[in-house]
Design a protein around this ligand. Structure first.
Ligand code: HEC
Length: 278
């Protein structure tokens, strides 16, 4: 029984994954956009932020109904309370971020030249805590996802603006994320690109596969399956598990580099998080 399910899954994700080319980030983005423009000629670039709801009218109608009473609103409110609550030392999150943390989500992740690593928003939230003598929060869900949801909401409409500086380590991190995205893994031997590039728009069991372009814009996302908001890396782990591949630790170097590449891909698209998904 199990075997049969996985077999049909393998067939649904056809094996014509887009081959990675070795190019600079700007060329990569042009390649991805040209590819999707061919697959979905009816979509404008900004439509991609709606994910699967940009390509299926039925699902879109259901989604618009859910959005009338957004299930992520409590998370945003809770996140604001947490964000505004001072640490034991009297400092707060606002002290750790540019513009006191308001309207900055579109600049994450970024490559920190001093720390020599990719810094995601969730990592920065926890580094802010430890820097101020507080315990780090668990990644993926709960308080960190609420704070991140609130911060995303203050960036609503801002255009994603991830940069890959002219620096060997930054470029290596980007390339590493790109390699992850295009590498087949797990018992099903599939890459992110197998499902979200080559099979985007196709049906996989009960789902229609969303295009990789625009996937990051609405995270953290409220999923009915989670019954709460979760971070983008929680989603990465879920997708890794689906192909029977052991997920990496949230905020591991692998997932941070993947998020760097994956977010850069959506540069220029507006932040619309948090959002809701099935
Ligand atoms: C076996 C196919 C498969 C593979 C491989 C896969 N995913 Fe997914 N992914 C899905 C399905 C199914 C969904 C839910 C429907 C949708 O939105 O695409 C999903 C959803 C997502 C979402 C949420 C989209 C949204 O609009 O909220 C993200 C982000 C995502 N995947 C990223 C990845 C990344 C990154 C990888 C590689 C680590 C990956 N996926 C690998 C099947 C896959």
């Amino acid at each position: 029984m199990k075997r049969k399910i996985y077999l049909s899954l393998a067939v649904a994700c056809s094996m014509t994954a887009v081959a990675p080319s070795f190019a600079d980030p700007i060329t990569d983005n042009e390649t991805v956009r040209t590819y999707f423009a061919d697959v979905f000629p009816e979509l404008a670039i900004e439509d991609y932020v709606d994910g699967v709801y940009a390509i299926d009218q039925n699902l879109r109608d259901q989604w618009l109904q859910i959005e009338e009473f957004p299930p992520y609103e409590d998370a945003v409110d809770e996140g604001k309370v947490l964000f505004d609550t001072p640490f034991a030392n009297g400092k707060s999150y606002a002290n750790c971020f540019d513009n006191e943390g308001v309207g900055i989500k579109q600049n994450f992740p970024y490559f920190d030249m001093e720390k020599n690593k990719v810094v995601t928003l969730e990592l920065a939230i926890n580094e802010c805590r430890t820097h101020n003598g507080e315990q780090p929060l668990d990644y993926g869900k709960g308080a960190i996802a609420y704070i991140s949801s609130y911060m995303a909401s203050t960036s609503s409409g801002e255009l994603i603006n991830v940069t890959v500086p002219d620096n060997a380590a930054a470029q290596a991190a980007y390339e590493d994320g790109k390699e992850f995205f295009y590498s087949r893994r797990g018992q099903l031997n599939m890459a992110c690109a197998t499902c979200h590039m080559a099979s985007a728009g196709k049906r996989l069991r009960a789902d229609i596969l969303s295009p990789a372009l625009g996937q990051v814009s609405h995270f953290p996302a409220f999923r009915s399956k989670w019954d709460d908001v979760g971070t983008i890396q929680r989603r990465y782990a879920g997708c890794n598990t689906q192909i029977r591949s052991k997920p990496f630790k949230l905020q591991s170097e692998q997932y941070r580099n993947l998020e760097y590449f994956h977010t850069y891909m959506s540069n220029g698209l507006p932040i619309n998080g948090p959002g809701t998904r099935k």
